[in-house]
Structure formats: structure tokens, C-alpha cells
Design a protein around this ligand. Structure first.
Ligand code: OXD
Length: 308
């Protein structure tokens, strides 16, 4: 069985594979390592900015597409019949949850303003103190999957309270449905958006969503840029009423002349929340397990359903 992976380092990280499995490195869809025939298991490049989906129709023997991203929005609904699409659920929990905690603490304790003052050699005590604090804040997590659980576990020691929202309410676990957001948003000091990008979540964070957040609240987007309406974000954040920490934007990359760059109440990072040094070892542990399962005829984990 031929397996294509995108990282040369991935070979060693895969460890021992079942007999008959050949691994080749296909770093870029325009530089293929061998004939397309015989590739049964493909791990495409991770969020490379290159649309690798065009290769889907050119791999006649393909049976599995294993993504290295948690989000499958660029692939769902595009794989040919007979091909199973799997996401990397779990692989990004540590990195993304750490980013969320760091982003919240940075914004609440005013680190971006202190960093700017530092770049000007300004001792900004009188101007920037006191800052806000995280203890006592009400945190609303929109997207109660594995990353949401990791965020919750890491934030819990900070003496915050949590409300969780998911596409499907889970009353037994205290998880509310998305339709309850209008009632929940006014009670949240920090709103963390972690939902996958689907037809149902595109534009979820719109004028009404933002207007329902109380004055001074913090919006954190570690999901996908198009989950928020950029025009609504710019309009609301320009008033200074809310704060934001955005790892994702629409468009991405954000053009140099975009108004979001200018806003002092916005912390921006270039879609890096999950990109930490431990990512590849975690990712290739999942790939190795999936290859083993596939070779043994066992069901794969993390299969992305048609209704993604
Ligand atoms: C992901 C991401 O989807 O890092 O994994 O954005």
C-alpha cells in the first residue's frame, strides 16, 4: 500500500508500519514523488495556503485522506465517493488551548499595550495600570469539542466560570445549543469561538452576536476567519466597546492595509494557534495509527461525516 505524507520528518515519526506499506513524501501537489497510481492513503499538506484538493480527482486508487488539521472545511464534501476523509481531532488541542489561554491573559492583563510601551522605552505604569484580571470572569466557550474541553481544563485554575455551547445541546453535560446564544452572550465576559466552519457557522459572529456581548467583553476567535463577519468585527471593535484576540481572519493573510491591524483593542496572530513544536509528533502518531487500522481493515477514527 502506498502512503503519501507531506513532511520528510514524518517518515521517522511514523515508526514501524505494517508489512507492505510504502511511505513517500509529497510535500507539494506540484512535486509528486511517484506515479499517482497505487496511492491509497494520502496525508495532504497542512494549511499550506495551496489548494491541494485539486489532486483528489487524480489519485485513482485513493481510499483515505487523513488531514493534519482539526478543521476539515477545505475538504468536506470534496472527496470522491469511496474515499474516507478524516480530520486530526485531538492533535491540536494542546497548542490551540494554550494559545487561547495566552491570548485571554494577554488581553486581560494588557500585554499588547505594555509591549508597545516597551518598544518606545516607556515605563507606562501611570498610563496603563491597573489592568483587568481574569479571576471571576464568565467564560463562554462556543464549540464544546475536544479543543473546547482542553481550553476549559487549562482555564479552570484561574477561578473563572464556564458556559459551554455546541451545535447539538447536551443537557446532561450542561452544554447549551447555539440557539441559546442570544440569552447567553450578555452574561459572558470572555467568548471563545472554536466551532468548525460549516454552512451553519459561517458568519455566526455577526452584528447581533457582537451587540449582545456586554461592554468590555473579549472575543477570542481560534476557529476560522469566516465564522466571524469581518465588516461587523471592524465596525464593533472600532467603537472600542469590545476587545478581541484573533488567530484567524477573513481574508487570510490579512492585507497590510486592513483596518483590523490598526485597532489597539485587537490582538492578532497569523493562524498559529495549533502550530507548536509538539504538533508533528502528535500528528504522525495519529497517522501511524490510522495507517495501521486501514491496513488491518479496522474502522478509522475521526471520519468526517457528510453533514460536516
Ligand atoms: C486546524 C488549525 O484546523 O490549526 O487544525 O487551524
Amino acid at each position: 500500500m502506498k502512503v503519501w505524507i507531506p513532511h520528510p520528518a514524518g517518515r521517522a515519526l511514523l515508526g514501524e508500519l505494517p508489512p507492505g506499506v510504502t511511505v513517500e513524501v509529497a510535500e507539494h501537489p506540484s512535486r509528486l514523488p511517484s506515479e499517482v497510481a497505487g496511492v491509497r492513503f494520502w496525508v495532504p499538506p497542512f494549511l499550506s495556503g495551496v489548494d491541494a484538493t485539486a489532486l483528489l480527482g487524480r489519485l485513482p486508487d485513493l481510499r483515505v485522506v487523513q488531514l493534519l488539521s482539526a478543521g476539515a472545511d477545505a475538504w468536506a464534501g470534496r472527496v470522491p465517493p469511496g474515499v474516507t476523509l478524516c480530520d486530526a481531532r485531538g492533535v491540536h488541542d494542546v497548542g490551540t488551548a494554550e494559545w487561547v489561554v495566552a491570548a485571554i491573559l494577554s488581553q486581560v492583563r494588557g500585554f499588547p499595550a505594555f509591549a508597545l510601551a516597551q518598544s518606545r522605552r516607556e515605563w507606562a505604569y501611570d498610563r496603563l495600570c491597573p489592568t483587568d484580571e481574569l479571576a471571576g470572569k464568565r467564560v463562554l466557550i462556543v464549540g464544546a469539542g475536544s479543543i473546547g474541553a482542553a481550553v476549559r481544563a487549562r482555564l479552570a485554575p484561574f477561578e473563572v466560570t464556564f458556559t459551554l455551547v455546541a451545535r447539538t445541546p447536551r443537557p446532561a453535560e450542561g452544554v447549551h445549543g447555539v440557539d441559546e446564544l442570544p440569552a447567553l452572550l450578555p452574561e459572558a465576559d470572555v467568548v471563545v469561538v472554536l466551532v468548525p466552519l460549516t454552512d451553519a457557522t459561517r458568519g455566526l459572529v455577526d452584528e447581533k452576536f457582537l451587540a449582545a456581548m456586554p461592554d468590555g467583553a473579549l472575543l477570542v476567535n481560534a476557529a476560522r476567519g469566516p465564522v466571524a463577519r469581518t465588516d461587523a468585527l471592524v465596525a464593533e471593535l472600532t467603537t472600542g466597546r469590545l476587545r478581541a484576540a484573533l488567530d484567524v481572519t477573513d481574508p487570510e493573510p490579512l492585507p497590510a492595509d486592513h483596518p483590523l491591524w490598526e485597532l489597539p483593542n485587537v490582538l492578532l496572530t497569523p493562524h498559529v494557534a495549533g502550530s507548536v513544536r509538539g504538533l508533528l509528533p502528535r500528528a504522525y502518531r495519529l497517522v501511524a495509527e490510522q495507517v495501521r487500522r486501514f491496513a488491518a481493515g479496522e474502522p478509522l477514527v475521526n471520519a468526517v461525516s457528510d453533514g460536516y
